[in-house]
Design a protein around this ligand. Structure first.
Ligand code: NAP
Length: 349
């Protein structure tokens, strides 16, 4: 099978670099075009990009010359790591030109006809694609990945929602500085400090989690009725967003059952066959001081969410800690897996 040509928008940024890393040797997709802002157009990727990944930049990618958003992109599939403001106009334009846009930007996540997808959580929401194309008159379409912190909440909650039902969740995040992109935050704000506010983040954690855990019926989203209270904090960690979760179920489950349900959570066929799918979407740690971003963020190449400290909660039912690699499963890796799902479902050709 020839590989599908793909383009990466926002290719020089922190998430764009993870797209390059995840796609340069991909079995189904081949990078054919890289695009960033106007100021990078015409430069080689090596010149334009301040490479921040602790593995070498793939040599053949470094030689590619960055294109501009005005030129026609090769192939149908486009990965977007654009800032949300730019994404709004550009992604819509591309979908109108018959491109399939798998995006990490928040611009379209809450649009009722745009699937917001984690393959193991809500692949059935892809049914919204038909509605999107019809209502907007686009030959192409947009599929969005959730906010990075939301991924650390929705993935472990999915099997628990199915087993016990969810009533209330309190989620307190400790988010890495790479979540703000590059160059991102000022060192004076971050070093030796905790910032108790990340603009828009708490709303995303609350609203997107309900969408992911909800259903789509007759072309309409039916978000989960779980009550979620989110607190978002920025901490001086390079990569890896951690979230402390307190959960109240509809039907209380013992710690053993709760742990067992998460341990047994496996991607249903055919999702486990996707090239980027980890062996298990959730990795459970028994050790009392795990997960830690420094030790656990690369679990299954950064594609698993790592959960630990599952214990009783004196106020709600249980407490636990969840960790996601924010730029891999929480961003580029998640969007690549979404594209693999589309390919597997015959929605890319
Ligand atoms: P970033 O490091 O600031 O990178 C932004 C990229 O977009 C760069 O390639 C930049 O190109 C390009 N760009 C900036 N303005 C542009 C414009 N007007 N038109 C076209 N391209 C433009 O940001 P990031 O952290 O990679 O985030 C990218 C997107 O992913 C954002 O929507 C963000 O919310 C989302 N996201 C980020 C994370 C994370 O952990 N960082 C997680 C989930 C989702 P130049 O180099 O030429 O300026």
């Amino acid at each position: 099978m020839p590989k599908l040509p793909v383009s990466i928008l926002g290719a020089t940024g922190i998430v764009g670099q993870r797209f390059v890393q995840g796609l340069h040797d991909h079995p189904w997709f081949e990078i054919k075009a890289l695009v960033a802002s106007h100021s990078s157009a015409g430069k080689t990727y090596r010149e334009a990009c301040s490479w921040k990944i602790d593995a070498p930049m793939p040599a053949e990618i470094g030689d590619l010359v960055l294109g501009s958003l005005e030129q026609k992109l090769p192939g149908r599939l486009v990965f977007s790591a654009l800032p949300s403001g730019a994404a709004r106009e550009i992604e819509a334009k591309l979908a109108a030109q018959d491109h399939v846009v798998c995006t990490n930007a928040s611009a379209f996540r809450l649009e009722p006809d745009v699937p917001l997808i984690i393959p193991e959580v809500n692949a059935a929401h892809l049914s919204l694609i038909a509605k999107q194309r019809e209502s907007r008159g686009w030959p192409g379409y947009i599929v969005a990945s959730p906010n990075c912190t939301t991924t650390a909440i929705a993935l472990p909650l999915k099997p628990l929602a199915e087993a016990f039902g969810l009533r209330k969740v309190v989620a307190v995040s400790m988010q890495a500085i790479s979540g703000a992109g590059y160059p991102g935050l000022s060192m004076m704000d971050v070093m030796g400090n905790v910032l108790p506010f990340i603009s828009g983040e708490e709303e995303k954690m609350e609203v997107e989690t309900k969408i992911l855990l909800g259903s789509v019926e007759a072309g309409e989203r039916r978000p989960s009725t779980v009550e979620i209270s989110a607190h978002a904090n920025r901490v001086p960690v390079l990569d890896g967003h951690m979230v402390c979760l307190s959960i109240e179920f509809e039907e209380e489950g013992s710690i053993e059952r709760v742990s067992g349900v998460m341990r047994a959570f496996e991607a249903a066929s055919p999702y486990y066959e996707l090239p980027s799918a980890p062996d298990s979407p959730l990795v459970l740690h028994d050790h009392s001081d795990r997960p830690q971003p420094g030790l656990d963020r690369y679990a299954n190449e950064g594609m698993s969410v790592v959960v630990g400290r599952v214990r009783p909660c004196p106020s709600l039912h249980i407490r636990m800690v969840s960790l996601v690699h924010n730029t891999i499963r929480g961003a580029a890796g998640g969007a690549i897996m979404n594209a693999e799902l589309l390919y597997g479902e015959g929605l890319l050709l």
